[in-house]
Design a protein around this ligand. Sequence first.
Ligand SMILES: *Cc1c(COP(=O)(O)O)cnc(C)c1O
Length: 362
Amino acid sequence: MSRVLNFSAGPSALPEWVLKKAAEEMLDYNGSGQSVMEMSHRSPVYASIINDCEERLRRVLSIPENYDVLFLQGGASLQFCMVPMNLMNKSGKADYIITGQWANKAYKEGVRFGECKVLANSNDKTYSYIPKVDSKEFTPDADYLHICYNNTIYGTHYPYIPETGDVPLVADMSSCILSEKIDVSKFGLIYAGAQKNMGPAGLTVVIVRKDLVGNAKENTPTMLDYKTHADNGSMFNTPPTYAIYICGLVLRWIEEVVGGIDKMEEYNKKKAAVLYNYLDESKMFKATVEGEDRSLMNVPFVTGDEALDKKFIAEAKAAGLVNLAGHRSVGGMRASIYNAMTIEGVETLVEFMKKFEKDNAR
Ligand SMILES: *Cc1c(COP(=O)(O)O)cnc(C)c1O
């Protein structure tokens, strides 16, 4: 068996420890005589799986008691409308900071439900930075302020948390959740599609302050009301049972193998530095994001020559380094180095880049 080094932005690599554990338990989970995929979600054995997943997530991220954890479907993209449907219920206003395509898609859904103000938009420089926004610009009676904390396509990450006072801060953390410590209490709501750093596609995790649940706009469909899921322990209907099980294993890996979120963050910083340090000294490859706005998870880079970029991506693929093409909207390269990517994997990439640079020097 030979496994590739997978730099996919999502769905993305999972820790081998997790995949092996899942394989071991595939036919018979914990003496139940069935696969997790075959179980009733109402069975006691499955209850222990979903409860364990939630407890681990609460421990790993130190989620305060006054927050609900919801296991939903529909992807991060469904949250683009669920957030306004549930939260835009007092002034009918919301603020958005646009730092890329996902933030923009969230904004476009927001305007369908109320008055949305764009506080800043970094599209003037192809979303290569995080704008600094003065809190004087914030709408004082906004129902929330929405940010995309880590911009998967452009490789930027907020170096600060906007101080919104009483206005709930809503963050799309799809591509950075579980990569670093976060102070959940600074946010009203955090959401993330699982397929980048938490598990397989099909699961979306929402962490929401309890006082923000239960005031959805009139006519909000039952399935799109956070209260439905909060009141039913994410079991109003069939939850994505297998994805939740794998997410639980990822959390167990973080706790028992990595040693917790602090260790995870430390590891990710070391790992990203291996690549950024090389990019900063290379004469051929250049990172497209500078300084404190750089993401630890998604690292875009270019040679400045499209044909050379293509050659690099093709040769890397042939060498077992796959999914290094940048997002179709921006081109160039992007190495997504989520939690499951090892430092050794990134070192292999850097060695490959060094050799490519030498072989193609002009
Ligand atoms: C991938 C991604 C999304 C979209 O996620 P889906 O689960 O496919 O809807 C949204 N936001 C960010 C930041 C992402 O990285």
